[in-house]
Design a protein around this ligand. Structure first.
Ligand code: ADP
Ligand code: MG
Length: 445
């Protein structure tokens, strides 16, 4: 209902006002006919209270067909922009207190090895991080962890930090942006000596999203020295990045080579089974009963980003609570409707063109009679995507692809679905095609 209300407001308000005040507001909880909406600061709260509270109350009451109160609170989100944590919703709804852990140099307690679900896509990264946590500076140093958005890099960094701190070591977690800002501030206030002291005193330095230091000269220079000092004193350094060192184009060579001194591991998008396991674990921690087929359905819809996966579950549960409906396929569809572009908004032609482009193949070759393997797979992918993304029948798909019969299409869909589960590279390729289809760049997750 909140999402629907937001949609309504978006139509009724000017874009600027909507973007400023409403877009970042989040549903926090619903109890005793009071809907709690979290906003990021007191200005937003006051603004919403004075101008929109009656409209929002009316909209939400209408949607839930029962009078509701609406309250706006200043809500400290997870300090990076993840979804509202399920646990927080279950245990401490509407807490207006900012958590002390939002200070960036602290580690987040709930990111532990215990609640990290391991599967084929992250097994190596997990094992490497465990090894580092058990034996800081003596397992792999530095360790360089890379992978796409929302796949658990930050979680693993914190898990190492929490474990090292429990061993009595001093730990500093920073994003490379924090590091840069700190440095700039130190230079401005002439306190670079203190800056260095702070960083170089650590037993374990965790630097998240290191890719952002590429291209920044003075930051790279400073980090080079920090790195050398810590490494020379046998202190552990762990870095995460969205890409491997060799793909950081504007990174200084001397840093690149150091990043590769220790162990470089990647983390991949999770397969279906792991996604289901992650959802199951989140639901359990939120103490919610969610039927397996519902978890499966959500896991099939969100494929490439665990943060989105969690967000989708949160959303489905909130929908169920607010509407009082049982968890069903229909509920999942409506809860996730605006998260995932409407299937009908995509035309068969777009699918064909996107697939042809992805395999660098002219469209008429894709649609033609040729039977070589080189064409067969792209053609099967096209059939699969038409089936998955657009609601058209198997015979229609066969028709669209140059008059093939529906059993061919069925076989193609099964084969591609099977390949997606078995072959990581292939799965990523399909995800990329989907993202192109929906006009999203992979970087946006
Ligand atoms: P990244 O830093 O790679 O963008 P995060 O570490 O922020 O990703 O992970 C996004 C969200 O997904 C976090 O809430 C994290 O706890 C969760 N998450 C990621 N991987 C796992 C996993 N294997 N098991 C459980 N939760 C996970
Ligand atoms: Mg991260």
């Amino acid at each position: 209902a909140w999402q629907a209300t937001v949609g309504q407001l978006q139509m009724e308000m000017s874009k600027a006002a909507f973007d400023t005040w409403v877009r970042s507001a989040e549903f926090v909880g619903h109890q005793n006919n009071t809907v709690t909406i979290g906003v990021q600061n007191a200005y937003a709260r006051d603004w919403l209270e004075s101008r929109l509270s009656s409209t929002v109350t009316r909209l939400i009451s209408g949607m839930l067909s029962e009078p509701q109160q609406v309250e706006f609170i200043v809500y400290q989100k997870d300090y990076h922009d993840g979804p509202v944590e399920l646990e927080e919703e279950a245990e401490a709804p509407a807490s207006a207190q900012g958590e002390s852990e939002s200070s960036s140099s602290q580690t987040v307690n709930r990111y532990t090895f215990d609640n990290f679900v391991v599967g084929p896509s992250n097994r190596l990264a997990h094992a490497a991080c465990m090894a580092v946590a058990e034996n800081p500076a003596h397992a792999y140093n530095p360790m360089f962890l890379y992978g796409g958005v929302g796949l658990g890099k930050t979680h693993l960094l914190h898990a190492i930090g929490n474990s090292a701190r429990a061993m009595g070591l001093t730990v500093l977690y920073v994003s490379s942006e924090d590091f840069t800002n700190d440095l700039v501030e130190a230079i401005r206030t002439r306190t670079t000596a203190a800056f260095r002291e702070r960083y170089r005193r650590m037993d374990v330095l965790l630097i998240d999203d290191i890719q952002f230091i590429a291209g920044k000269e003075s930051t790279q220079e400073e980090f080079f020295h920090t790195f050398n000092t810590l490494h020379g004193q046998e202190k552990q350094i762990v870095m995460s990045s969205d890409r491997p060192p060799k793909a950081m184009v504007t990174l200084e060579e001397r840093l690149r080579s150091r990043f590769e001194w220790g162990l470089t591991v990647d983390i991949q998008p999770p397969d279906l089974e792991t996604r289901v396991a992650i959802l199951r674990s989140k639901a359990q921690r939120a103490r919610r009963q969610v039927p397996p087929e519902i978890l499966d359905l959500i896991a099939r819809r969100i494929q490439s980003n665990i943060r989105e996966l969690e967000g989708a579950l949160t959303r489905v549960l909130a929908y169920a609570d607010l509407s009082g409906q049982p968890l069903s396929n229909e509920l999942v569809s409506s809860a996730l409707a605006d998260l995932i572009p409407q299937r009908s908004s995509i035309e068969p032609n777009q699918v064909l063109e996107t697939v042809a482009a992805a395999f660098s193949m002219p469209l008429d070759r894709l649609l033609g009679r040729e039977r070589s393997r080189e064409v067969a797979l792209p053609r099967q992918v096209a059939m699969y995507l038409l089936r998955e993304e657009i609601n058209i029948s198997l015979p229609q798909i066969g028709e669209t692809l140059g008059g093939r019969d529906h059993t061919t299409v069925m076989y193609a869909c099964d084969k591609v679905a099977d390949l997606i589960e078995r072959d990581d590279r292939f799965r990523r390729q399909i995800i990329q095609i989907r993202e192109k289809l929906y006009g999203r760049s992979p970087a946006n997750g």
